[in-house]
Design a protein around this ligand. Structure first.
Ligand code: ADP
Ligand code: ZN
Ligand code: ZN
Length: 783
């Protein structure tokens, strides 16, 4: 018999401590411990955490007495060695603790903490099968309904309650709080059908006679019959019919009264399982086939590939074909998308080809669904072969991965700014793809300057699609000169006469419109006409934004709000005027100018509720909205059939944003938002309102000249020492006391300069220099 070995494990704690921490393994668990399993440990005074085993060894720590592990939570590892290696790389490259990476990486339900709430699942269970401890907990839950882990510790009077909780959970008797967050809310829409008594030719003839004197109702009935042809039992979406004839909806109530129609709300499938017949892939056009072949050439040369294709060029169909090949070869695909573009549009598009093989990983999904996907991916033979996800899906257990698609690769939401890890999902995956053995395909109509530069340098393989699929034309882009319009008094509030005439025309033509405005809220500023005073946030150095529907001033940085003062707080004048304009104000004004139009707004304020974003998109798709007013959200990845006109209400606020990427971003946003116009048979139109129609960036947008934008940008970036020629590190110093913040920053600069010299810039107070009562200073290192 061999001597007993004392084992130790190093664990990653979900908190910002620099090192992993060592614990001692009780002998009887020696066989159970495995890298990647979760354990419960005590850290600090009394706190319990769930941590992850990162290494197993036999070395006792020298600086402290190792505590014993409290419990092992998993039967099989929930994190692979490869994931742990990625965490460790991210923590070193993006300079944060590995615990912070772990926090970002694990979905909430896998992070058990002391405050986790426990409740009964409602499933039946047999008391005979429960242990004494288990029985005590279920009994307590019958009375109290919800218990925290801490409560349970008290009830059982022991500290290691996790094994009991784990076993109750496995038996399906209890639920943990993170698991029962808001469930899936089905979407319901009104459908119209014939009343059962009317579903025959005679009855319909009778109905026609009855409606002789009601031409609108007669019309509505005819419209319905045209739609269903000979099948009188069909139910048709009301919105679909209303889209064909505006007066349809108004005729419906009368027809219901007369016993001809019935209207019913019915559930429409949003995600769920895909029960429709799968369709086979489209044949690629000649242009697409050529691009597809070139993508493969890039893969063969082991390079990341950039697919640069104008909006509507059919990039997605190329992805689809590549995905098919990868899964036919038995490997999986990760499909990264910007957060907001994760609409059912793209999900459904892939599902119609690949059905239930498509899994989605998204912060708006409840953790149950997320954990399900996570665990499926850990299986040898999982169900999901294609994972669509936002930036955090790079943290999934990606095994057997053949291809990573990064769609809209230029999008800034691939970068996490706050909190740490401040990682870039695109860059991380390009680096990490080698370790995963996967190919990388990036797609964009407006690539990031850095990406295009890499492609030009042949670090990436470049493939271009210059024409739209099916020969439809890129939209015609026109400028409306605001300075000129103002001079000639041809402005109606924020709309030039030129734009107004267009809006009217398109509305009459029943084509839909999208109006894009960079800012949300009603009216960014209240300002005193006499002295120029504007109300400021008491916690941040920014002006308060006015939100009309709730009549409050609100800070967009910290959320502080209060009722607007009727008088100037500086000079007492009552002449307070409003300057600037946001989406809410536009929505309201449009409503006055075009009272008959159905106008909807899409911005952070109107899409906070879980399904509201999708609702607005569906309503727009169904033709229930005539004009969609929106922020950045309307620019991303949406594909509508009937948008005749897109207008950018003020290009200037984009161009003037203080950031070295603002021209690049302006070009991207203006081009992307323009890409929403037209699409199918008809050429769309875009009107950009601006004070500087001759600005070179706007000219490049009009000429659809990405190459030109890139060349000019590159000159500026070289001259002013920015990426891709230099790398930047930004250090942010925050303190409640302005002087402390500045002194600290200055001292840090002094020390950095002694090592790095002139590459250290600052300290500087940023554009908004106080947020949530903390004074901010920034230091930039360029190297
Ligand atoms: P992109 O992603 O480049 O903006 P899409 O992939 O959305 O372009 O393609 C634009 C439209 O053309 C879509 O409606 C798509 O279904 C259609 N399309 C693209 N390629 C094909 C093809 N090979 N066969 C049929 N339809 C296609
Ligand atoms: Zn004043
Ligand atoms: Zn504030």
């Amino acid at each position: 018999m061999s001597a007993r070995i004392t084992k130790f494990v190093n664990v990653i704690l979900p908190i910002a401590v620099p090192n992993t921490y060592t614990y001692r393994v009780p002998n009887e668990w020696n066989k159970e411990i495995e890298v990647g399993k979760r354990v419960i440990v005590q850290f600090g005074k009394k706190r319990l955490y769930s941590a992850i085993i990162s290494t197993i060894h036999e070395v006792a720590p020298s600086a402290y007495q190792a505590k014993y592990l409290e419990a092992i939570l998993d039967d099989v590892p929930i994190v692979t060695q490869n994931q742990l290696a990625l965490w460790s790389w991210i923590s070193s490259y993006y300079m944060c603790t590995i615990g912070e990476v772990m926090n970002a990486a694990l979905p909430a339900g896998l992070k058990l903490v002391s405050q986790t709430k426990v409740m009964l699942s409602g499933e039946e269970y047999d008391i005979e099968t429960l242990s004494d401890k288990e029985y005590l907990i279920t009994e307590a839950l019958q009375i109290q309904h919800v218990l925290e882990i801490n409560d349970i510790e008290k009830i059982l009077d022991i500290k290691t309650v996790y094994p009991v909780i784990k076993s109750l959970r496995e038996k399906g008797i209890i639920l943990l709080a993170e698991q029962v967050k808001e469930g899936y809310k089905p979407k319901k829409l009104p459908f119209i059908s014939l009343a059962p008594a009317i579903r025959n030719d005679d009855a319909i003839r009778e109905a026609f006679n009855q409606l002789e004197r009601a031409p609108k109702q007669l019309n509505a009935l005819m419209l319905f019959l045209q739609e269903v042809k000979d099948d009188f039992s069909l139910e048709i979406k009301k919105a679909k019919l209303a889209k064909k004839d505006k007066s349809f909806s108004t005729a419906v109530p009368q027809l219901i009264k007369k016993g001809i129609f019935i209207e019913e709300k019915k559930e429409v499938n949003r995600l769920g399982t895909y029960d429709k017949e799968l369709i086979s892939l489209y044949d690629l056009s000649e242009q697409q086939q050529y691009a597809y072949d070139k993508v493969k050439t890039g893969f063969a040369a082991n390079k990341p590939v950039l697919l640069h294709g104008v909006t509507g060029s059919g990039k997605t169909e190329i992805y689809v074909k590549l995905i098919q090949e990868v899964i036919d070869g038995g490997e999986k695909v990760l499909y990264l998308l910007p957060e907001i573009a994760l609409t059912t549009q793209i999900i459904n598009r892939l599902r119609q080809f690949f059905g239930d093989k498509v899994g989605v990983y998204h912060s708006r999904f409840n953790t149950n669904e997320r954990i399900e996907l996570w665990q499926d991916l850990l299986k040898e033979e999982g169900k999901y072969k294609i994972i669509i996800g936002a930036r955090s899906s790079i943290f999934l257990p990606l095994t057997n991965l053949g291809l990573i698609i990064i769609d809209e690769e230029h999008d800034s939401s691939f970068k996490q700014y706050d909190p740490a890890p401040r990682y870039h999902a695109r860059d991380t995956m390009i680096y990490w793809s080698g370790k995963l053995g996967a190919k990388v395909l990036m797609g964009s109509a407006t690539p990031a300057v850095e990406t295009y530069f890499n492609a030009k340098q042949e670090k990436y393989h470049l493939v271009s699609l210059t024409k739209r699929y099916g020969g439809s034309k890129l939209p015609e882009i026109l400028c409306s000169d605001l300075q000129e319009a103002q001079k000639r008094k041809k402005m109606k509030s924020h709309f030039s006469e030129y734009l107004m005439e267009h809006i009217e025309g398109y509305l009459e033509n029943k084509e839909q419109l999208i109006l894009f405005q960079n800012r949300r809220g009603y009216n960014p500023l209240w300002s005193c006409e006499d002295c120029g005073w504007t109300p400021q946030c008491k916690n941040c150095d920014v002006s308060m934004t006015y939100h009309k529907h709730i009549h409050v001033l609100k800070c967009h940085y910290c959320g502080h709000s209060h009722k607007p003062q009727p008088k100037c707080q500086a000079c007492g004048s009552a002449k307070i005027k409003m300057v600037g304009f946001g989406t809410e104000k536009i929505e309201e004004e449009l409503g006055q100018f075009f009272p008959k139009a159905n106008i909807k707004r899409m911005d952070l304020d109107t899409t906070r509720a879980k399904n509201s974003y999708q609702q607005i998109i569906d309503d727009f798709q169904d033709g229930e909205i005539d004009i969609l007013v929106g922020t950045q959200m309307v620019t991303k990845g949406l594909d509508f059939d009937n948008v005749g006109l897109v207008s950018v209400l003020s290009a200037d606020s984009l161009l003037n944003f203080p950031d070295f990427r603002s021209f690049e971003r302006s070009f991207q946003v203006l081009t992307q938002v323009s890409g929403r116009a037209g699409r199918k048979e008809k050429r769309g139109k875009v009107i950009i309102q601006t004070y500087s129609p001759n600005h070179w960036v706007i000219q490049k947008v009009i000429q659809n000249d990405y190459e030109g934008l890139f060349k000019q940008e590159l000159i500026e970036r070289r001259n002013f020492k920015y990426p891709p020629f230099y790398r930047l590190i930004k250090i942010t110093i925050k303190h409640r006391d302005r002087e402390n913040s500045m002194q600290g920053a200055k001292e840090l600069v002094r020390q950095l300069k002694s090592k790095l010299g002139g590459r250290v810039l600052g300290p500087q107070a940023p554009y908004v220099s106080r947020v949530k009562n903390r004074y901010i200073h920034e230091i930039i290192i360029k190297f």
